[in-house]
Design a protein. Structure first.
Length: 86
């Protein structure tokens, strides 16, 4: 099991870390790196590299929940019970 790290190494990144954590918690722990990138750009007009966001999220142990796939329904051929009447 990996250690939990909650620090940001550089002072410049502390502001980024706070905003990333805020958006992550507001999204109910769903946003990954790509959606986080677009959220930061939309809300704060920040242009941060996706690799930097990935590194900061990994350092803060922010891992999004993976949504389950929808079940594959079995496709049946339709069965007609009534005949056409002319």
């Amino acid at each position: 099991m990996a250690k939990k790290r909650t620090f940001c190494p550089r002072t410049n990144n502390r502001k980024n870390c706070k905003e990333i954590k805020r958006i992550f918690l507001e999204s109910d722990r769903i946003f990954g790196v790509v959606r986080m990138h677009y959220a930061l750009k939309r809300e704060l007009n920040w242009n941060i590299n996706i690799k930097a966001i990935r590194r900061l999220m990994r350092n803060m142990s922010l891992t999004p929940e993976i949504r389950r796939k929808r079940p594959n329904w079995v496709k049946n051929t339709p069965v007609h019970t009534a005949e056409k009447s002319n």
